[in-house]
Design a protein around this ligand. Sequence first.
Ligand code: PA5
Length: 475
Amino acid sequence: MSKIKPITFDPTNAFVTPHGITQEQFDGIQNRLNACRSEMLDIDLSLWADGKNIPASKEPLDAGFHEMPERILDDYQADRDSSELGKILETAKRLGALVDKVVVLGIGGSYMGARALMETCCAPYHNELSRAQRGGRPRMYFEGNNVDNDWAQALLQFLESDSQGDGPEGNWGIIVISKSGGTLETAASLRIFMDALKSKVGEDQLSQFVVPVTGVSGKLADLATEIGCVDRYLVPDGVGGRFSVFSAVGLLPAAMLGIDVVKMLEAAAAMNAHFQTAELGSNVVMDYVAVNHLLEENKGVNIRVLSVWSKSLESAGFWYDQLLAESLGKHEKGAFPLTCLNSRDLHSRAQQHQEGARDKVMNNVIVDSWRTDPLAIGNSKWDQDQLNELADKTLPMIMDAAINGTNLAYKEDGRPTTDIHLPAADEAALGQLFQMLMLATVLEGRLLEINPYGQPGVEKYKKYMNQLLREDVTA
Ligand code: PA5
């Protein structure tokens, strides 16, 4: 396993008086958290592996995500070609040679991880680069996550006008991801986009250009069989949608983009090892849960702001919004997650975060090194903006000042903050962060006695939406 530089969690600025937590409270939660960790490691994992005698209170038990990185890596190391990851890499190569644009159709947990991976690990303007600049990797577009007519039309028109001539530049393909295989937004989009693709490549070629990722059975699985898709992948049983980023759901789009998926999985496995062994006080998962939970329990802090300090991380924040909201937003409980992208959102939200209700904690996500050389403000003969005195200051220096200045301002007012540090915005950091936040969400669920798996509340709107459509009733 290559050496993974660890991500870190610094809760110092959550210990602020009188609105933060105390050391006594932090130390006092150790036994409860240890018990919840043991429940996850010693009970949930074996119950999940056995698949039998699962108590009703634990149903559904989608603990399959927990050791998925290790399972996938072990299989790959045992037999590169026939392993699932080996096949995913092969499909990425095959489809990537065939097309220059891939449309990923999926919603919720079936696309948010892939989008986060693209935005964190690829060049910021990946889709705008030439094929050569992209290293021969395709452009990627996300649809099927809405039913917005104008955006769907715009993508269809773009695909048609931009896919001319022979070779990959003249072709586009579809990766459709739906665990249930019946989600209406995705299914409707698949029909529409597949119809356009059929007109382009011909019905007999569709099987080469459409790659489904779905459950063993279901409507999409049946459709894939009927079309005869040459490649198809499973969303494994016992892995929930929002916990599925390390399955084909995230791995296939990531592999298409040339993201180092092995490194990402190794990083996630390293986070598992850390979670299992480190004690409270030096365990990023447990420390994060302890601080956030204690703030909620003792101070009524039920809004969790994930303040990401890099544009590359905004979608990772949205992925976490979904993870926390769908997992713990049950039984009239669960903190409210909110992603802010800074320094941008300091100009829209900082007023409220500084002086509004004391119901928020700011969990910063800070990238410690930028990919490219620092840009300096520079000298100018036009000094009307009076920036010559800052000529040597670079954008990373300004960002550091914004982060530290914001933390100081909140601290002065007794507003709790924490810092998650990522060594870089890359697959190693994101692999750890994804796994850290999934483990943290389940750990907190066990602490709150809320089953973090399943999303029964989401079914309600689906039922009524289908009813309204199929009965032809106008809402
Ligand atoms: O976390 C979840 O399970 C959900 O957000 C699902 O991912 C989402 O509802 C999409 O479901 P499906 O993959 O079945 O189309």
